[in-house]
Design a protein around this ligand. Structure first.
Ligand code: GLC
Length: 481
């Protein structure tokens, strides 16, 4: 399968490239920058939602599943983007949002039966971004379910017409040449039909969530046992197109999702922070499960250099790009972008602006992103721009390119990776006769297996002694088996 070893590059369209001088990225701009993605050695682009949206949640509140947001361009612009991507050997994946629509979607009034309603607040479910999950509709006086912002009403996937309408939308994009979909918020797509209360949590949540949400065990508000009903409808609509699910659960809980999807993201690995033990366990679990992809960063959480600690970004990038299974990188990961401090009023109500800053292409006033002040600006220090990094063999961009060249030589075997027991703060993974060893701590550590010939180093000099894993660094080497 083309995605088995793919590097899938997430384009956050608003922040990638502006072409018409309004300070907001768009599809013609993105098309122009596809060469950058192809030159990196990536296999595909994933476009963050491109559908018309009032932007309560920047594109994840959709008002029409079969159209393009006018600020981003037209359907013809998307056709041109797809054609150019294919010409460059890149596949195109759309972000699709099956769990909810904007409350401004025509369906919300014309087809209330597509949504989940109750005459009173029926239970204790919480919304992922805070507050209760039931919104009061002043028009009908009833309450509708919203798993995210109150502007995002949950669709009722038990309703056959919902399945039919979404299937129609997915087929529309497949017919336009799209190669696959990243499916948003799938653990929220099916919930208890009887709307029973979530019981109190008995253990801390595995991943970040609001303190209110963390108090509950989400056995009814999400991850319902009949999720296959929704997923099979989606699979039937797209045929053999690639499907990766955003399922905010542990790797061990992905079984029912993977019956219909090709891949899921490893949130276990993404949320391991600088904890090498956790990262090693997450990698072992993902490799054993199969169908698990790795995420450098995305538009929802702290970027990799911030999550892993600034000194550890290069080592983590090198290791993640070594793993079998698809790797998802977020625009700017190749430049080492960490979280930024946004300037001006916050835009995203869930405080994610700092992860979504415009690309830094060059050293001009607006970094080559736009001819005018961008929609999102940062206060903080900036990474060197792409043009500067291209010319610097020691840059993050150069490391990423080398890691991707190496990756292409590693082959398709998804089961060939083994996590090797290693000293504290370190993660060591073998694939065939290659060994990747990184150290996220402050002390040098002995390598459990010494490398014999250096293949790649996280920082210049890291591979000087292949019996040692240097602090905040690492190497990939061949090793005697
Ligand atoms: C997913 C998206 C996130 C969005 C949410 C609701 O988690 O990645 O950006 O806010 O779903 O659609």
């Amino acid at each position: 399968m083309w995605w088995s070893n793919a590097v899938i590059y997430q384009v956050y369209v608003r922040s990638f490239q502006d072409s018409d001088g309004d300070g907001v990225g768009d599809l013609p701009g993105a098309t122009r920058r596809l060469e950058h993605v192809a030159e990196l050695g990536a296999s595909a682009v994933w476009l963050s939602p491109i559908y018309p949206s009032p932007n309560a949640d920047y594109g994840y509140d959709v008002t029409d599943f079969q159209a393009v947001e006018p600020t981003f361009g037209t359907l013809a612009d998307l056709d041109r983007l797809i054609a150019r991507a294919h010409e460059l050997g890149l596949r195109v994946i759309l972000d699709f949002v099956p769990c909810h629509t904007s409350i401004e979607h025509r369906w919300f009034r014309a087809h209330p039966e597509y949504y989940v309603w109750s005459d009173t607040v029926p239970n204790n479910w919480r919304a992922a971004f805070g507050g209760g999950a039931w919104g009061h509709d002043p028009v009908t006086g009833r309450y509708f379910l919203h798993s995210f912002f109150p502007e995002q009403a949950d669709l009722d996937w038990h309703e056959p017409e919902v399945r039919r309408r979404i299937a129609e939308a997915l087929a529309f994009w497949v017919a336009r040449g799209v190669d696959g979909f990243r499916l948003d918020a799938l653990d929220r797509i099916m919930k208890d039909e009887r709307l029973r209360d979530d019981p109190p949590a008995t253990e801390p949540p595995p991943f970040p969530m609001t303190p209110e949400d963390a108090k509950l065990d989400h056995v009814h508000s999400r991850n319902a046992p009949d999720v296959g009903v929704a997923l099979q409808a989606i699979r039937a609509a797209v045929g053999s197109a690639f499907l990766v699910g955003e399922v905010y659960l542990r790797t061990s809980e992905m079984g029912p999702y993977l019956e219909a999807l090709d891949e899921v993201f490893s949130f276990d690995a993404m949320h391991s922070g600088p904890d090498a033990r956790r990262l090693a366990k997450a990698i072992a679990a993902g490799v054993a499960r199969g169908q698990t992809g790795w995420v450098l960063s995305n538009h929802d959480f702290s970027r990799l250099p911030t999550r892993a600690g600034p000194g550890n970004a290069r080592a983590c990038v090198m290791l993640l790009l070594f793993l079998p299974g698809p790797v998802f990188m977020f625009q700017g990961d190749e430049l080492g972008m960490g979280d930024a401090v946004p300037a001006g009023e916050p835009l995203d109500r869930n405080a994610r602006d700092g992860f979504r800053m415009p690309m830094r292409w060059d050293t001009s006033e607006h970094a080559g992103f736009s001819s005018t002040t961008p929609w999102l600006r940062s206060d903080g220090s900036q990474v060197p721009a792409a043009v500067e990094q291209s010319a610097d063999p020691g840059s993050m961009l150069s490391l990423v390119k080398r890691a991707l060249t190496l990756r292409a030589s590693l082959g398709q075997d998804r089961r060939d990776a083994r996590v090797i027991e290693s000293p504290p703060d370190t993660v060591v993974v073998a694939r065939g006769d290659r060994l990747a060893a990184i150290n996220l701590g402050d002390e040098p550590r002995p390598a459990p297996v010494a490398g014999t010939r250096l293949v790649l180093e996280a920082r210049p000099g890291d591979g000087g002694d292949l019996s040692v894993i240097p602090p905040h660094g690492g190497w990939i080497a061949t090793a005697a088996s």
